[in-house]
Design a protein around this ligand. Structure first.
Ligand SMILES: Cc1cc2nc3c(=O)[nH]c(=O)nc-3n(C[C@H](O)[C@H](O)[C@H](O)COP(=O)(O)O)c2cc1C
Length: 177
């Protein structure tokens, strides 16, 4: 199964998530920034990563999503809490944009919001709905996000087991059957 990971990232959070996703995928894979990504046709699955801007996938990712047909896996980072309505709606927007594609899975988590961005957002009236959650995004995506990601990838059939670094303690060989 030929897989392509395409990500759009202004500040590095989505790139970090994309690189972890790439690491967790099985063989036969490529990764590219959306700015120099190959066309989605020709791959069995394309994993498209974006960050939320104004409640929607960022503009560069929007363009790429519109070109997708076939199977896609969506992933995203955002300032809003992972289980928030805002985040869900944002990823729903990506599904709408990729109207010709079949979504085989989706994963999103918080991505650290720089202090300056929070400051600017705080000065807006009304303040954006994700701002209240943004301080808690510090340090994300992190190891626990990566563990959650691996579960979603398993469900989507894109990997069979969690990566070594996320497994529990190694069992002493003397206890093995
Ligand atoms: C201009 C701007 C707009 C943003 N709009 C949203 C938004 O609508 N919803 C949200 O949850 N987070 C929003 N964020 C936070 C980013 O989505 C979040 O920090 C993300 O992880 C950035 O990803 P990146 O580092 O890959 O660029 C915004 C950030 C910026 C700079």
């Amino acid at each position: 199964m030929k897989k392509l990971v395409v990500y759009s990232s202004a500040g590095g959070n989505t790139k970090k998530l994309a690189e972890e996703l790439f690491k967790q995928l099985g063989d036969d894979k490529e990764i590219a920034s959306v700015n120099d990504a190959p066309a989605p046709a020709g791959y069995d699955v394309v994993c498209v990563g974006f960050w939320l801007k104004g409640g929607k996938p960022d503009p560069a990712a929007q363009e790429y999503l519109k070109k997708c047909s076939g199977k896609i896996f969506l992933f995203a980072t955002h300032g809003a809490a992972a289980d928030s309505n805002h985040a869900k709606m944002g990823v729903n927007k990506a599904e709408e944009l990729a109207a010709n594609a079949t979504v085989i899975g989706r994963f999103s988590c918080q991505g650290e919001v720089p202090a300056k961005v929070m400051e600017t957002a705080a000065g807006k009236d009304p303040q954006p709905p994700w701002l209240a959650d943004a301080p808690a995004a510090k340090g994300h995506p992190n190891g626990s996000d990566f563990m959650n990601l691996s579960e979603v990838l398993i469900s989507a059939g894109l990997t069979t087991e969690a990566p070594d670094s996320h497994k529990g303690p190694v069992v002493d060989g003397s206890h093995a059957m």
